[in-house]
Design a protein around this ligand. Structure first.
Ligand SMILES: [Zn+2]
Length: 198
């Protein structure tokens, strides 16, 4: 079986199920995954698995792996539009220099969220593991700084940059002015390809 066939089979399984009982990453109790499709203007329709744990309140929006796309939107920079949606494939890396945050492509699933929701999620994930980092005081305080800077980004509402690198072309930052040009969104050409950012 090729990788693409495997992915298509997985996607098919997901779109057939509306609600799945899934173990919570945070507390281990069974929560509910709601599977739906959503259209991102200027990008494509994506499948989202929205997990919610009724016990501890943990929430997460995942995007299952997809076949490589010809839509390239790597190296995007934006202002602080917290309602802007972002799609990160499982092979994307994301960085927010203003908060010294760098997320490498290590997760099994992609992410679908708003910019504000993504930052809030990152803060919660970093805070969750802070008690374990007490043994390494330097690491603990470095992560504390990142958490503080991320919280400040949400508070101050000032422009900052989010950069996404994704060799598969399956990541995207929403153009809020679509189909017009969005002045707060820029993209760099990758491998000589035109980037359909608008
Ligand atoms: Zn939970």
């Amino acid at each position: 079986m090729t990788q693409t066939e495997e992915i298509e089979q997985n996607t098919f399984t997901f779109s057939n199920e509306e609600n799945l009982a899934t173990e919570c990453n945070q507390c281990g109790i069974l929560g509910t995954s709601n599977v739906f499709n959503t259209e991102i203007p200027g990008f494509k329709s994506i499948t989202v698995i929205a997990f919610e744990c009724e016990f501890c309140g943990y929430k997460r929006n995942e995007v299952p792996p997809a076949p490589e796309s010809d839509m390239r939107s790597n190296g995007c920079k934006i202002n602080s539009d917290f309602e802007r949606r972002i799609v990160l494939s499982e092979q994307a890396s994301l960085s927010i220099d203003a908060a010294d945050l760098e997320i490498p492509p290590t997760t099994k699933f992609g992410v679908y969220n708003t910019v504000g929701g993504f930052i809030q999620r990152a803060i919660e994930d970093l805070e969750f593991n802070q008690p374990q980092r007490q043994k390494e005081p330097e690491f603990h305080s470095a992560i504390s700084m990142v958490i503080q800077k991320l919280s400040k980004l949400l508070e101050l509402n000032e422009p900052f940059e989010i950069q996404i690198e994704d060799p598969t072309g399956n990541s995207f930052i929403e153009n809020l002015k679509y189909p017009s040009e969005d002045a707060n969104l820029t993209a760099e050409s990758v491998g000589g390809l035109e980037i359909p950012i608008n």
